[in-house]
Design a protein around this ligand. Structure first.
Ligand SMILES: [Zn+2]
Length: 319
């Protein structure tokens, strides 16, 4: 590069160098990805999300309009002592994720919240104390949501993220309406690693990659508070790269994103789980698609993910 520049007119060479410098200054995040090289997973594209969409097929009848083999990584319930290893693994692959933080955890470990932001990740809130929100009186539930948002914002040094995920994906019409009014996008997930169940990192990797191969990608729920998940992340990122998956980063934006409707016959999987857990509150799902009239052709089944089989007697999943 230097030899070529020496051959051209000095003025043009100066202009080229100036433009390189400007580009580097404007795209610091991109510049930081350079050290990873072509073997790293990196980020293939970024989607800005505004408005108040309800996203994620485990709970809602629509999700982000991702392309085949695109994956969004999300981590819940942190920050925790295991979070730095997750951040280290993401940094090593120049990968970006979204962390849905519990407010009281953010207040306890604010430096990790700031690290997540400094390293280009997105932070959202996941309530202040992780209750089953619909079981609380509406005022108390809203107060817990507001306290969680405030705690994350304070830990983040005033950065305002509107992204929200309900603890256990347990919402209610009244709470959803309140979040809509606040202009907060609500995230469920399209698939998960069931990492609330104890398993080895290899078992968790095999489970998640199997689900990703069947679904062809989607918004993935993980928990950075679990050691087995932190242990698995380096191998997960390598496997995603090796199998041709592309990472999509989601960030707060000004307008609603393109959404893809659930396939015919869709039902809320999380609602069935939380009803078994005895969560109270009125339930309803908007725009449930009618059942399919005919089975999907071979190889085009739209079920995507296997139903979650929680072992008998195991504690309720902490989602
Ligand atoms: Zn949670």
């Amino acid at each position: 590069m230097i030899a070529k520049i020496r051959l051209i007119a000095p003025a043009l060479a100066f202009a080229l160098l100036a433009s390189f410098s400007a580009a580097g200054a404007e795209t610091g995040a991109a510049a930081r990805t350079d050290h990873c090289g072509p073997d790293a997973l990196g980020v293939s594209r970024t989607i800005a999300i505004g408005g108040s969409p309800h996203i994620g097929l485990k709970t809602y009848p629509q999700t982000l309009d991702l392309k085949d083999h695109e994956v969004v990584l999300t981590f819940d319930d942190g920050p925790a002592a295991t979070t730095p290893r997750v951040l280290d693994a993401l940094a090593a692959q120049c990968a970006k994720a979204t962390f849905f933080l519990i407010g009281r955890n953010a207040a306890g470990l604010p430096s990790l919240v700031r690290r997540e932001i400094a390293e280009g990740h997105t932070v959202g809130s996941h309530s202040n104390s992780h209750p089953n929100l619909p079981n609380l009186p509406l005022e108390k539930a809203l107060a817990d949501i507001d306290a969680g948002v405030a705690a994350v914002d304070k830990a983040a040094g005033g950065k305002d993220s509107k992204f929200f995920r309900f603890p256990g994906f347990v919402d209610s019409p009244a709470l959803l309406a309140a979040l809509d009014k606040k202009g907060m996008p609500v995230f469920g997930a399209d698939l998960w690693a069931s990492d609330w169940n104890v398993m080895t990192p290899q078992e968790e990797l095999d489970l998640l990659m199997g689900r990703l191969r069947r679904s062809g990608g989607g918004i993935v729920l993980l928990h950075d508070i679990h050691k087995q998940t932190a242990d698995m992340i380096p191998a997960l990122l390598a496997a995603l790269k090796a199998e041709g998956f592309h990472l999509v980063h989601i960030v707060p934006g000004d307008s609603a994103p393109a959404l893809r409707q659930a396939p015919a016959g869709w039902t809320s999987e999380t609602e069935a789980i939380t009803q078994k857990m005895g969560v109270k509150g009125p339930r309803r799902r908007e725009k449930a698609a009618p059942p399919p009239k005919a089975a999907a052709p071979e190889g085009q089944t739209q079920k995507g993910d296997a139903p979650v089989q929680e072992p008998k007697g195991s504690p309720a999943p902490t989602i």
